[in-house]
Design a protein around this ligand. Structure first.
Ligand SMILES: O=P(O)(O)OC[C@H]1O[C@@H](O)[C@H](O)[C@@H](O)[C@@H]1O
Length: 292
């Protein structure tokens, strides 16, 4: 077995042209480079940290101050949240957002069709309360599908794809698709509220669990693009940015970097959790498309 960051891991699966196993940020990673896309996926947390469709800027933001390595929660990209969200529905969990992002995953398949690559990873077998599979499709569009299967006990599953979308300036984006939806405001102790019947513009620290399964479009004038986020198998969409007020308490985001991202998180969270009988599965996914 390799020590992360010292040598390329030996692939247990055959890798198509355009996919290599190597190192990124000092840890083991699957690296994708085809005419359609370049991407980096860390095996710690099955964490997609970069996805650059040809001719585009990175879909994803990654903090220059992020930690990397076994057990670390990477700041940016697409952290996998689950099997609970935040502190859990009863607020009792010490590890925020669950453990999926803190464990090492196995790359179990890498396939290429044309210039599109699909990577499949599985959660470690010693976590028996559930097994999880992440399928990441990388091409002109970027798609993730997280499937969770309960172990021998019923599982009240919360999960999210905690995507950090890179934006030109979060103060100038427009978020379309959530108009009129109910939400819980996590900056006000989960107070229930309702979004206006108008596109959303962020003006302050925002942490909202929105009761919506709709497609969301982030209109990013500063970057000259729109990012369309199409969720599947979700019950909620979380919108988060710490702004200048909350970023000061976060060691892994430089104080001046908060305008560079918005988290739009397809989720099954809070009362939108999924009740799984032993052995039953649920899939939650999202597809990203960049438009001009
Ligand atoms: O710092 P973490 O654990 O990655 O979480 C970041 C944010 O993630 C969001 O999903 C939560 O709604 C926020 O409350 C939280 O602050």
């Amino acid at each position: 077995m390799n020590t992360p960051g010292t040598a390329a891991p030996v692939p247990a699966v055959s890798l198509p042209e355009g996919v290599t196993l190597g190192s990124a940020h000092g840890v083991d990673a699957a690296l994708v480079d085809t005419p359609a896309v370049t991407a980096t996926l860390l095996l710690d947390g099955a964490h997609l940290t970069s996805a650059v469709p040809a001719g585009e800027q990175d879909l994803l933001w990654l903090s220059p101050a992020s930690a990397f390595g076994p057990g670390e929660a990477v700041r940016g990209g697409v952290p996998l949240v689950g099997p609970w969200f935040g502190p859990g529905r009863d607020q009792s969990q010490e590890v925020k957002h669950g453990w999926l992002r803190n464990v090492r995953w196995d790359l179990t398949s890498a396939e290429r069709s044309g210039d599109e690559v699909t990577l499949t990873l599985t959660s470690p077998a010693d976590r028996t309360e559930l097994s999880a599979t992440l399928e990441v499709r990388l091409g002109a569009e970027v798609s993730l599908e997280l499937t969770i299967t309960a172990g021998e006990q019923p599982l009240e599953l919360e999960a999210a794809l905690h995507t950090y979308l890179a934006v030109g300036d979060v103060r100038r984006i427009e978020i379309q698709g959530l108009e009129g939806a109910d939400y819980l405001d996590n900056t006000r102790g989960l107070t229930p509220d309702t979004l206006a019947h108008a596109p959303l513009h962020l003006t302050e620290a925002t942490d909202r669990v929105v009761d919506s399964t709709a497609e969301v479009t982030v209109v990013d004038e500063a970057a000259g693009r729109r990012v369309v986020s199409t969720p599947r198998g979700t019950s909620r969409t979380v919108v988060w940015n710490p702004w200048d007020t909350l970023v000061t308490g976060m060691a892994d985001i430089p104080d001046e970097a908060w305008p560079e991202f918005v988290c739009i998180e397809p989720a099954a969270a809070k009362e939108g959790f999924v009740a799984l009988e032993p052995g039953a599965s649920h899939s939650l996914g999202v597809t990203y498309r960049i438009e001009h």
